[in-house]
Design a protein around this ligand. Structure first.
Ligand SMILES: Nc1ncnc2c1ncn2[C@@H]1O[C@H](COP(=O)(O)OP(=O)(O)OP(=O)(O)O)[C@@H](O)[C@H]1O
Ligand SMILES: [Mg+2]
Length: 627
């Protein structure tokens, strides 16, 4: 009995740890938060990922073949070292020893080269798959309707295109192959050990249930900590992206301290979550190591004992070379199991990322061309609304039975209180949203029967919130249009009175435009958007005038540009300063999504209705300011 005491002590220690872990597992069970809101099956995700990998199947087969070669080293090296031990211990002959060492070195080199080749092939393939996925995702997002885009925060979309696609690329370049490799190594090592000695293999297999137990417990804990790290990271990112865009408001309202505290709390949460993760890994790895060392100790104890006592098992004897080989196999057996446990988590993570990406890809494009939609080569610029009803959210009507008719080359202005539906009408004309009832006709054709791209090509939009892209003035005016000379760009700028301020810029058309054009004033941005429209020579121009106060000088410039632009085509204007639109052919006054009055400036004044009130109010205000 006494001779087995060391093994009994070892068993007791492992047993105690196992009980502790099972208890911890039980406790965590009650605290575990709701699982990922996964709704796709693993098989479905794998199937869809494979579609992306399919074009590169040859590369993957090659990588697997090379991987099998590299595994040879893992399996053969312990045998060779055992053999070297035998050579040294029994009939020592230097030339023979050198030969064996040379074989060992040869296999090692082959293995290193194989590992390098394999990783190169996989990295390249992974990057190709990644960029295919990223492009698909981006073009899918581009085609989403405004209503759908309003639903998803921009920060989230950015994460999908960057982080989540990266997680998937990691799956192809690393996880899948390591999983496969580790499984093959484990099976290979097991086979090799069985060939060498059944008894010692059985001894090592006694540790496997504990290893499985530890792994199961670890996976549960690691999932929890991973999730809290990822939640805390997303939280911090969202907070940052929102607050950095709004940082000027924070400063103006003197809220730096409050915001700092909010940020600090989030940062601490992330720190705590990361500590938690460190702790879980910090416990798991030594535990696996403990099993590893315990099995080595058992190997030495039982192996040497068996060797000394010359015990045979099914005809297999234990000699020193077997013990040496087993010593090496043990770590080659435990390491992959530990890696597998850790990688399984990564696998889950990439699946979660894949699912998030596929969820976006599965968003049906709401506004698509009908099969019989036609291509509009020319547009005269006639627009008709027939009893149009529209709601952003079901049944909360924003437009209630709006009808109007715009003839080619007419200028029509929309006026009305804020929220009355002016911007909405303009976006419906560009088919950014689908109407619920009624009909919109462009040149007498139902808007749904016209290809969206051809429709938008004929429209020039100058929106309420002029968006400039980072780049320079030229690229912002051209927006990708090719074959336009600088002279033509400047001519367009001159036409809309933007040339004078562009001329004053140090670098002219090359002047850099910072993010969102924040190095230009609202009026300057508006003028640039006019120039942009002129260059694209649209048949219908849509202008949603900024509500922001513009100085009188710029206002005059804008008015003058509008007058000139009237000659180009049909023009729809939303104006807040009624003085801007006096010359419009038709003025439509909206209130709560309905047309109250329409007619020319003079007609509406004579009506002495709402327009008359608004106009006199603005006129008096103007007089007051001037006096
Ligand atoms: N994306 C949206 N989702 C839901 N409701 C919206 C959306 N955009 C606008 N609305 C609502 O539709 C109504 C009309 O908005 P719209 O932007 O057309 O007003 P507007 O006349 O252009 O106002 P302003 O003069 O302030 O620009 C408002 O009540 C607004 O709350
Ligand atoms: Mg508006």
């Amino acid at each position: 009995m006494a001779e087995y005491l060391p093994i009994l002590i070892l068993g007791a220690i492992i047993g105690v740890f196992s009980v502790l872990f099972v208890a911890a597992y039980g406790i965590l069970k009650h605290k575990a938060p709701a699982d990922y809101d996964r709704h796709m099956k693993d098989s479905e995700i794998i199937g869809r990922l494979l579609q992306y990998a399919k074009p590169y199947w040859k590369a993957f087969v090659l990588a697997v073949v090379i991987m099998v070669l590299s595994i040879v080293y893992d399996l053969v090296s312990p045998l060779l070292v055992g053999h070297i031990e035998k050579t040294v211990a029994r009939d020592f002959q230097l030339p023979y020893l050198l030969k064996v060492v040379a074989v060992y070195a040869g296999i090692l080199i082959v293995s290193v080269v194989c590992t390098y080749l394999q990783s190169m092939i996989l990295q390249k393939t992974g990057q190709k798959i990644l960029s295919a996925l990223r492009q698909d995702l981006f073009s899918h997002i581009e085609a989403l309707s405004h209503a759908q885009l309003n639903e998803i925060p921009v920060g989230k979309l950015v994460t999908r295109v960057t982080n989540d696609t990266n997680a998937i690329s990691f799956l192809f370049t690393n996880i899948l192959v390591t999983l496969l490799k580790n499984i093959m190594v484990i099976l290979g090592v097991l086979g090799a050990m069985l060939m060498l000695n059944y008894a010692l293999t059985l001894m090592i297999l006694c540790f496997v249930p504990f290893l499985v137990l530890f792994t199961v417990v670890f996976r549960k804990f690691s999932r929890t900590v991973h999730r809290s790290v990822s939640n805390a990271t997303t939280d911090i990112n969202t907070y940052l992206s929102e607050n950095l865009s709004g940082i000027k408001i924070t400063q103006i309202f003197n809220q730096e301290e409050n915001k700092y505290q909010d940020f600090l709390n989030r940062s601490r949460r992330l720190q705590k979550a990361k500590f938690g993760r460190l702790f879980v890994f910090g416990v798991f790895r030594p535990m696996v190591y403990m099993l590893n060392i315990s099995s080595v100790m058992c190997l030495f104890y039982l192996g040497v004992k068996g060797h000394l006592e010359n015990i045979t098992f099914f005809g297999q004897v234990i000699d020193a070379s077997v013990i040496v080989a087993f010593y090496m196999y043990i770590s080659k057996f435990f390491n992959p199991i530990q890696t597998l446990a850790e990688q399984f988590d990564m696998l889950q993570k990439s699946f979660a990322s894949s699912e998030k990406i596929f969820t976006i890809m599965d968003m049906q494009h709401q506004i698509v061309d009908e099969p019989d939609a036609i291509e509009l080569q020319e547009l005269r610029g006639e627009i008709e609304f027939k009893d149009v009803w529209f709601a952003y959210k079901d049944k909360e009507w924003v437009l209630k039975g709006v009808s109007f008719h715009v003839l080619p080359r007419q200028t029509v202005a929309f006026v009305g209180a804020t929220g009355s539906g002016k911007t909405t009408i303009l976006s419906l004309i560009c088919r950014n949203y689908e109407i619920q009832r009624g009909q919109i006709l462009i040149d007498g054709i139902d808007i749904k029967k016209i290809k969206i791209s051809s429709l938008r090509r004929h429209f020039g939009q100058m929106l309420q919130d002029v968006f400039l892209f980072s780049g320079d003035i030229r690229s912002n005016i051209l927006l990708g249009k090719e074959g336009v000379t600088d002279e033509q760009v400047m001519e367009a700028a001159r036409y809309v009175n933007a040339h004078s301020f562009i001329g004053k810029l140090e670098k002219g058309l090359d002047e850099p435009v910072r993010e969102r054009g924040n190095n230009f004033s609202a009026g300057q941005r508006q003028l640039l958007s006019f120039a942009r429209t002129i260059i694209h020579k649209p048949a219908v121009m849509i202008l949603d005038e900024a509500t922001a106060n513009i100085d009188t000088e710029t206002e005059l410039l804008i008015q003058d540009s509008l007058e000139k632009m009237k000659n180009i085509g049909t023009m729809l204007v939303v104006a807040h300063r009624l003085s801007t639109i006096q010359h419009a052919d038709n003025i439509i006054l909206l209130s709560h999504g309905q047309i109250m009055e329409q007619g020319s400036h003079q007609q509406l004044l004579q009506l002495k209705g709402r327009y008359y009130q608004l106009y006199t109010l603005q006129y008096e205000k103007q007089q007051l300011q001037n006096s």
